[in-house]
Design a protein around this ligand. Structure first.
Ligand SMILES: [Zn+2]
Length: 383
């Protein structure tokens, strides 16, 4: 899942944290639920203050859950792109897959374990607070936080991908069978069943009890089902692409645009008469950092742009879109979604200089060839 239009919140333990606008909806909803729960414990002003503090506290707990996943992943050599807070909680964006079943299991279990620990700590704090103000809003907020954390730990351990419990299922089957594809497929299938079950329960809740909180379950079920679907597709693709590397599918020595060129220089060069849709943009050291698409050039038709440079027009390459030629193609595909004719993966050598380019078309061709059982590169003895 790739969430765009996010606000960066900074770094914690070296991991980038960002929030999607939908996280504000979650905070608002939690505040409202908690304020309803706290009714009668104090005056309205204090209740709303406690509800806002409790909702923010819960978001901090969700973040702690994701940080636990990300920190353990990083320690086991898995690159973590960032953590994004959004409507349904938090998501850790890992750019590689765990190398072995044991790591898979560790990364999966530490999240629910953290939520459980936070739940126990919040219950402890509530016990202390109840000595001073039994039935007060602080005690009630702490009990609510504790309960939600325990519920989160249990919910996340439901056995279907992409939930943590699904990762545990994958790790255990992988461990016992040594067959990673079978393990990933089984975890994704149980994820589909789980998603449909939750959506079904939500619908039943609305029809039988006219309780519209069932909409939340339908949304959650739909999200789980579609995420499980894409995991299933990804597992199959990963299996078919096997050991195909970026170097097998890239265009070597691609034509590049210099960031310092003016638009005029670019339009007078022979670059615009090549058959390429996209041009990698390099800085003065020959390091790729952006791409320029025809769509970016066409935007300049509106009027004269004296002094406009390639650097002003190009779109930046996200870190996940820079790869080495010996990286596995499947790893790169799983971490980046390329828009046709707009994005590309830049391939660099050990000094960071551009050596190749992989476009969305190259990726689609590689997938089509692998679907037909063809090798990534032609064999030398052609008929
Ligand atoms: Zn988790």
């Amino acid at each position: 899942m790739q969430l765009r239009s996010t606000v960066p919140l900074g770094r914690i333990a070296g991991i980038r944290v960002a929030a999607h606008w939908s996280a504000a909806v979650t905070v608002g909803l939690f505040t409202w639920i908690l304020a309803t729960y706290l009714r009668g414990t104090a005056g309205a002003g204090i209740i709303w203050a406690a509800a806002i503090a409790g909702a923010l506290g819960l978001v901090a707990c969700l973040l702690a859950h994701e940080l636990a996943h990300s920190i353990v992943a990083t320690r086991n050599g898995i690159h973590v792109e960032r953590i994004v807070l959004w409507l349904l909680g938090g998501a850790s964006e890992l750019t590689d897959e765990p190398k072995d079943a044991r790591t898979d299991l560790r990364v999966a279990l530490v999240g629910p374990a953290t939520s459980l620990l936070l739940g126990v700590l919040a219950y402890g704090a509530a016990a202390v607070s109840s000595v001073f103000s039994p039935g007060g809003p602080v005690t009630a907020t702490l009990v609510w936080l504790a309960t939600v954390n325990v519920v989160l730990a249990v919910f996340n351990m439901l056995p279907g991908a992409p939930l943590d419990g699904g990762r545990v299922v994958r790790a255990v089957i992988w461990w016992r069978s040594g067959d990673r594809l079978r393990a990933a497929t089984a975890a994704a299938r149980t994820g589909q069943v789980l998603g449909m079950t939750l959506a079904g329960l939500g619908s039943a809740e609305i029809i039988a009890f006219r309780d519209f909180s069932g909409l939340w379950l339908i949304l959650l079920g739909w999200f789980l089902y579609s995420a499980a679907n894409s995991e299933l597709t990804m597992a199959g693709l990963r299996h078919r692409l096997g050991a195909t590397t970026i170097g097998d599918v890239m265009t070597t020595a691609p034509r590049m645009a210099d960031a310092a060129w003016t638009l005029d220089q670019l339009l007078r060069s022979d670059l615009v008469y090549t058959h390429h849709h996209l041009f990698p943009v390099v800085d003065q050291n020959g390091h790729p950092y952006a791409v320029l698409a025809w769509a970016d050039l066409l935007r300049t038709r509106a009027g004269p742009h004296p002094g406009l440079r390639v650097a002003d027009l190009a779109r930046p390459l996200p870190p996940a879109a820079i790869a080495h030629s010996d990286d596995l193609l499947a790893d790169v595909i799983s971490r980046i979604v390329l828009r046709p004719n707009l994005d590309a993966v830049a391939v660099t050598d050990s000094t960071g200089r551009l050596t190749g380019l992989v476009t969305a078309t190259d990726l689609a061709l590689a997938c089509n060839r692998s679907a037909l059982g063809l090798p990534a590169r032609p064999s030398t003895n052609t008929p």
